[in-house]
Design a protein around this ligand. Structure first.
Ligand code: SAM
Length: 396
């Protein structure tokens, strides 16, 4: 609770915490979010289904300087008692996740065994959820119904000199993501598909709402359009240079129409993003642009320079074309390619340094706990996606 007696929440972040933080700040407002590095404290509870970068949301019960795991974990029993009372049950599943380098999975196992024994003497059945890790993943929380009356997950996170103790209220629906990613009729492994979670993050960074019109000028198989419709956006428009990709998006969105309850309108057409005219009210632009060739390893400097030069030219032309068609109220969130060097630094497109001259405001998401720049990539990837949020510069 905060000083006004309001409930606070803990958001636990995924693999790329700087992006998760930027997303949740965009959704709730910066002043509603306290940055803890790999997690944050929230003043209100966002809708988990629409967040791509947060893996768990938990209701904060106590912030304490004392490590809450010892041989008589009173706080744990208090939380269990409250849950049993509220759910009016004598049998529950129990999970315990500790986000701290100082606590091992075996210590957690030992604590859970003690708790189980303690309740057994009161004729209450606690089924503890085993894990080889100190934290339970979303799939385990869902499978064991730990966010329902039937179960409970207690979360403890160590931050600086304090412990945040909380009760999980929502986790990322990993099954729903994989269903909509794998069941759609057309997938495109050649160009690489945008993970639905990243599409959600980008839509949130562009601050889409129900009355937004979202354009994806590099729509490919339509992941951004799909996620925007699922988030309840009123109208989406996709375009792509490739007729095959236009057909792919149409097939996927028709499937979505039949498989889910979406109310927004959608349209897809063939357009070259460097020269075309979208003839639509461009309110929000969300796109993973052309990332250049898929690479398994970093090519020679000469080859890489050629790739960068060609990709940069396309981006430059696209940004000039887009600029003519947006208003000062439009917001764009774009994923540009960035190449990862052996020393883990990034090579960005040169056009990023020209954004101001091209008439764009580059909204930088900086935090004290993360390096600058929002980059998304798999652990051994060669090409990362750099997320750029832009508005049109006001000419005074
Ligand atoms: C990385 S893919 C986008 C994938 C998409 N986000 C998805 O989920 O399937 C980039 C797309 O840009 C398209 N593209 C390349 N050059 C283009 C151009 N000049 N204008 C419009 N689309 C272009 C490609 O056909 C490809 O579908």
């Amino acid at each position: 609770m905060n000083e006004n007696g309001n409930q606070k929440y803990l958001a636990l972040f995924g693999r790329q915490p700087s992006i998760s933080l930027a997303e949740i700040q965009a959704v709730l407002g910066k002043n509603q979010v306290e940055d803890l590095g790999s997690a944050s404290i929230l003043e209100s509870l966002p809708n988990m289904s629409y967040l791509g970068g947060t893996t768990k949301l938990a209701q904060i019960i106590k912030i304490t300087p004392n490590p809450p795991l010892d041989d008589s974990p009173e706080l744990i029993t208090q939380i269990i008692d409250a849950h049993l009372k509220q759910a009016q049950r004598r049998k529950i599943n129990l999970g315990l996740s500790i986000y701290s380098t100082s606590v091992s999975a075996s210590k957690i196992k030992h604590t859970l065994a003690n708790v189980k024994q303690q309740y057994k003497t009161k004729d209450i059945s606690i089924r503890t959820i085993p894990s080889n890790q100190p934290t339970l993943n979303a799939a385990k929380v869902i499978f064991n119904k730990l966010t329902s009356d039937k179960g409970l997950e207690i979360v403890m996170l160590a931050h600086e000199d304090k412990w945040i103790v909380a009760k999980t209220v929502a986790v990322q629906d990993v099954n729903a993501y994989s269903r909509r990613d794998h069941n759609k009729p057309v997938r495109d492994s050649k160009n690489g598909m945008l993970p639905p979670k990243l599409a959600q993050i980008m839509l949130n960074l562009a601050q889409v709402s129900a009355d937004s019109h979202v354009l994806d000028p590099f729509c490919g198989t339509g992941t951004v359009l799909q996620e925007a419709l699922l988030m309840g956006v009123g109208g989406v428009f996709g375009s792509d240079l490739s007729l095959d990709m236009v057909e792919a998006s149409k097939k996927n969105l028709s499937w979505l129409d039949s498989a889910s309850r979406i109310t927004g309108k959608w349209q897809v057409a063939q357009t070259d993003a460097t020269t075309g005219n979208w003839q639509h009210n461009i309110d929000k632009v969300v796109a993973e642009t052309s990332l250049g060739p898929a690479l398994n390893s970093l090519p020679s400097t000469t080859e890489l320079n050629t790739i960068i030069e060609q990709t940069n030219k396309l981006h430059l032309m696209f940004l000039k074309n887009l600029h003519k068609q947006i208003t000062s109220k439009s917001v764009a969130c774009l994923a540009f390619p960035a190449w990862i060097k052996a020393n883990k630094s990034y090579i960005n497109l040169p056009v990023i340094d020209q954004l101001h001259n091209l008439g764009y405001n580059f909204i930088d998401f900086r935090s004290d706990s993360h390096k600058p720049g929002l980059y998304y990539h798999r652990p051994n990837a060669v090409v990362a996606r750099r997320l750029i949020v832009l508005t049109k510069l006001d000419k005074r």
